[in-house]
Design a protein around this ligand. Structure first.
Ligand SMILES: [Mg+2]
Length: 192
């Protein structure tokens, strides 16, 4: 089986504006460069896989049906830009959840690695060429623990975390980038 280099991509703050808990498709505002970034990965033969914590499900802020509508919008906007994602994994859990079905001390909520492990079971990922792009240190930690090279973007929480929190980090991201498009460019230029 042919295996493909793979970029795991956080959603909120990386692909779209982090508007808190996105509880309606209208609140999902994609960064204008996101389709180009994903399309560049598609064209270069990389898998592009979205990895997102959605504890708003556990907290009762929105339902799976609403989240699916948000993802339909994301996919529609990507498709309009000639791009597609190859997989999407979300973690619905929270240990103190109001919604009983999602109340769990799970293994998938980032910085844990369960969503990556699920993707590795489902998709033909070349494990020697995996990358994680995200705007939070928790994304980087998932990347570190899964054997990904990591790029932290300055959109979303990224700039603030890099400026005000990074002195306490055990390990630095491999690279930082202004945004998702710059992060993809670095990866494709083999600068990560
Ligand atoms: Mg994020």
């Amino acid at each position: 089986m042919e295996l493909y280099p793979t970029v795991f991509i956080d959603r909120d703050g990386t692909i779209n504006i982090d508007a808190g808990y996105i509880n309606h498709p209208d609140s999902f505002v994609m960064y204008p460069y996101a389709p180009q970034a994903v399309r560049m990965l598609n064209e270069a033969g990389f898998l592009a896989v979205v990895i997102t914590n959605q504890s708003g499900l556990a907290r009762g802020f929105f339902t799976i049906d609403i989240m699916n509508k948000v993802h339909d919008k994301m996919n529609r906007l990507l498709k309009r830009g000639g791009a597609r994602i190859d997989g999407l994994y979300y973690c619905p859990h929270d240990p103190n959840a109001k919604v009983e079905e999602f109340r769990a001390e799970c293994g998938c909520r980032k910085p844990k690695t369960g969503m990556i492990e699920a993707a590795l079971k489902d998709l033909p990922v070349d494990k020697s060429r995996m990358y994680f792009i995200g705007d939070k240190y928790s994304d980087m930690r998932t990347g570190f623990a899964s054997g990904c090279k990591t790029v932290m973007v300055e959109t979303g929480y990224g700039k603030g975390e890099l400026l005000f929190k990074s002195s306490g980090w055990e390990r630095r991201p491999d690279k930082t980038a202004a945004n998702l498009l710059e992060a993809v460019r670095l990866i494709l230029k083999k600068e990560v």
